[in-house]
Design a protein around this ligand. Structure first.
Ligand code: 3PG
Ligand code: MG
Length: 451
């Protein structure tokens, strides 16, 4: 067991739980130190918490959804309760992309930068967090928008009281963030005086950026620890342990949505682990094409050249060793010569016969991406039926897990249609969750101190 000590005298950093994997079993790569391991040792400590407050709509600068802000509250409240000085850091959207698109619309560079700094500021997120906490949140920003995190902050941070909460301005206002620049990471740690790092932004854990892994390493180099917050720990419990390490069987994955090329990569790895994989939505198209079945044109409107890779991947999967695990709905709802949805009645009887009939009630279900165009009625009926099935299995004892941006939308639609939607865990991660399912190691988790 490796325990690194934090700058000041932190005593008794003995962790409960299993040492070195325990009982000679394999050491879990998900067995990370958490904030709970530091209980009683945080008073007066400056704790840098990487959250994911990537919540703004780049077109308006308004908050799209405060789900991620709410999800960070348990960690923030715990740290405050322990008397820590809480300093939050987050990126917000992709400033570089916004500057580019504003310039493409004819704006000059100086104005485009100014507009971007305004729209993608974390000011509104700080405000919303303050409302939720019913307390003030200080936004730590320098006078110059060119340099929103700099050592000027230091005097502020040194006078922050234990139990206070502040938020650094959007870390992506610095170019070095996405490059994983260690100079920037050092600057953040120096300017905040952070002694402990807490990773709580699961949805950014697949980014090896300065504000994720960089700051963790700097703090560790200086003798501090980098640990998981409550949200990250919950994600690790469900996605890492219950899905990847030891899923209850039968284990069923349901994969729909757009981003077809990204998901093809995941399927390879998923097929190694699951007992059945149901394909839905626009994902169906390349599979049908691989089987030489004509079903209109690509639902996402891509050209033949653009979908060639997906069709090839589908062919490889269908002729691979796990092809029998693939379940492809065959009654499809078409409009404008495109697949719009899967037929809900056929979908349910297919799931009941090919999954429950063959293997019994699922032990684990993971779902990602709608099975039809949920935002346009009546093409939401397949997904609504699917959510009814998943929720029913949950009531029978299945661990049901989902995540990703389109998920929230689909769940709302199904609830409106009267489905009592039940998930054991709704992940805050989109890309991060998919990378985990793809079998990748997430740098923002890997960097944390092991138990
Ligand atoms: C997300 O919204 O998926 C995360 O905040 C990560 O954002 P990114 O894809 O811009 O790194
Ligand atoms: Mg986004």
């Amino acid at each position: 067991m490796e325990i690194r000590r934090v700058g000041g005298p932190i005593r008794g950093l003995m962790m409960s739980g299993v040492e070195g994997g325990g009982g000679g079993g394999p050491i879990s790569r998900f067995n990370k130190m958490t904030i709970r391991d530091l209980a009683g040792q945080l008073a007066g400590k400056r704790v840098l918490v990487r959250v994911d407050f990537n919540v703004s709509d780049p077109k308006t600068g308004e908050i799209k959804s405060d789900t991620r802000i709410k999800a960070a509250l348990p960690t923030i409240n715990f740290l405050r309760g322990q008397g820590a000085v809480v300093i939050l850091a987050s990126h917000n959207e992709r400033p570089k992309d916004l500057i580019k698109s504003l310039m493409a619309e004819g704006m000059d560079k100086t104005t485009a930068r100014r507009v971007t700094f305004q729209r993608l500021s974390l000011k509104k997120a700080a405000w919303r967090l303050g409302e939720l906490m019913r307390d003030k949140v200080l936004l730590l920003t320098s006078i110059s928008p060119e340099d929103p995190i700099n050592p000027d902050i230091l005097p502020w941070v040194s006078c922050l009281a234990p139990g206070s909460v502040s938020l650094l301005e959007n870390t992506r206002f610095y170019e070095g963030d996405e490059k994983g620049d260690m100079e920037l990471a050092r600057k953040i740690v120096d300017s905040t005086g952070a002694q402990i790092f807490v990773m709580d932004g699961f949805s950014a854990a697949h980014r090896g950026h300065a504000s994720v892994t960089g700051v963790a390493k700097v703090i560790q180099e200086r003798g501090g620890v980098a640990v998981a917050g409550d949200l990250l720990q919950k994600e690790i419990e469900y996605l890492g342990k219950k899905l990847i390490e030891s899923p209850a069987r039968p284990y069923v994955a349901l994969m729909g949505g757009a981003k077809v090329a990204d998901k093809m990569k995941i399927i390879d790895n998923l097929l190694e682990n699951v007992d059945a994989l149901v394909i839905g939505g626009a994902m169906i198209y390349p599979f049908l094409r691989a089987k030489s079945e004509k079903m209109g044109v690509d639902p996402l409107g891509r050209s033949e050249a653009e979908i060639a890779g997906d069709i090839e991947a589908a062919r490889r999967i269908l002729t691979g060793p796990h092809y029998e695990k693939i379940i492809l709905p065959y009654r499809l709802v078409m409009a404008d010569n495109r697949i719009k949805d899967v037929d809900p009645t056929e979908l349910i009887s297919l799931l009941l016969s090919r999954i429950n009939g063959r293997y019994g009630t699922p032990g684990t279900i993971v779902w990602n991406g709608p099975f039809g165009q949920v935002e346009v009625a009546p093409y939401d009926r397949g997904t609504t039926a699917l959510l009814g099935y998943i929720s029913g299995q949950n009531q029978q004892g299945a661990v049901t897990i989902t995540g990703g941006g389109d998920t929230e939308k689909a769940i709302k639609v199904a609830m409106k249609a009267g489905v009592d939607v039940r998930f054991s865990h709704i992940s805050t991660g989109g890309g991060a969750m998919l990378e985990l399912l793809e079998g990748k190691e997430l740098p923002g988790i890997a960097v944390l101190n092991n138990r």
